[in-house]
Design a protein around this ligand. Sequence first.
Ligand code: EPZ
Length: 417
Amino acid sequence: MDKIVVEGGRQLNGEVRISGAKNAALPILAASLLTDGTNTYRNVPRLHDIASIRELLAYLGARVETDEDHVIRIKANGLCQTEAPYDLVRKMRASILVLGPLLARLGKARVSLPGGCAIGARPINLHLKGLARMGASIELTHGYVEATADRLKGDDFYLDVPTVTGTENLMMAAVLARGTTILRNVAREPEIVALADALNRMGARISGAGSSVLTIHGVDALTPADISIIPDRIEAGTFMVASALTGGDVTVLNCEPDHMGAMLNKLRLTGARITVKGRSVRVQGPEKITSVDIKTLPYPGFPTDMQAQFMVLMSVARGLSIISETIFENRFIHVSELRRLGADITVSGNAAMIKGVDHLSGAPVMATDLRASASLILAGLVAEGQTVINRVYHLDRGYEAIEDKFARLGAAVQRVR
Ligand code: EPZ
């Protein structure tokens, strides 16, 4: 089991290049199932979750080739399987993203129910309700979703919650459906826009991506495309917080500032100096960090995936801050780990109250979910002494070579095998 060891007290300076976005790549790779040509994907991050979906696509019969420079090619003309088995899906719940494409392309799919995870129950009822609205017959048996449909048909309906992967699954199902589908109250994340752009490059007819209403005119077939993955706004945000936290001067390269409005706004309010230039953002940390309140919301609100990272910043800020988590029911697991490092945090319901302390002190801690594990590295950067983070496989699911990127910025971070 790898560990990450951090010696606190270093200021971060320099430049860091952001990798492709995991949560854009996953649905876009799944969309390769919708056509039988060879799709080319560029700027694909090298992550465990990407390896997991490649393994699943190969299991379904797609031919998956990758080369050294973050390029993946997928040819899905020999699909021989319509089942996504439990032992693949349990490794990564986002495997549910093959449900919509399999149903649209082959008329049937048997996908293991993804189950919950550390941060919440993670239901998929809205994915299934939407597919049923489009004419699929859905059965839940022995831990699997069994879905069949001769040909899905367009419909006009609302999502109860703007679910990100739910929107993605239904968008991919609708592109080959008969007639027009209008999806209302959909997610508006940049990853949704990226998927719609990719599908339109493949010949789909989707409009409204980024707004809360998607209009999708079904087509008979899609053709392969050459698609570059957008940068990861959460990885970018993680390094921006690291600079503010250590009073450093870090420029994040190859990011999309337009995707990070809520984050940049809150960072400015903490006193950090932010300079946006094209696709780079420079963050100069303040002498003293000012406490700000955060409420996580669907995009374009403050992203839940940045909540843990901001909590670390607030734990050494001057004053009191309240962080409300409105997306997931159990996304404060990192609080008990931060308390071990000396943070003063009280949780009541979906709100955490953070009283800034002068300093944190290093200790062994445990990573639990992907983004929370990144926040433990951040805490280690400013904790006095050594912090050892266990169970770093969580990190490897969503951050490419994170310890190298931090080390290049001057942090004393290393991985111990
Ligand atoms: C996506 O998860 C992301 N994952 C998550 O990132 C991210 O935190 C989340 O969106 C919110 O932004 C991927 O894109 C692969 P949701 P997703 O469906 O789609 C409820 C990471 O670290 N809901 O938008 O699973 C649900 O319970 C991950 O990369 C239903 O009730 O999130 C939650 O409260 C963590 N029924 C809320 O909606 C449904 O059918 C938002 O969930 C679906 C969701």
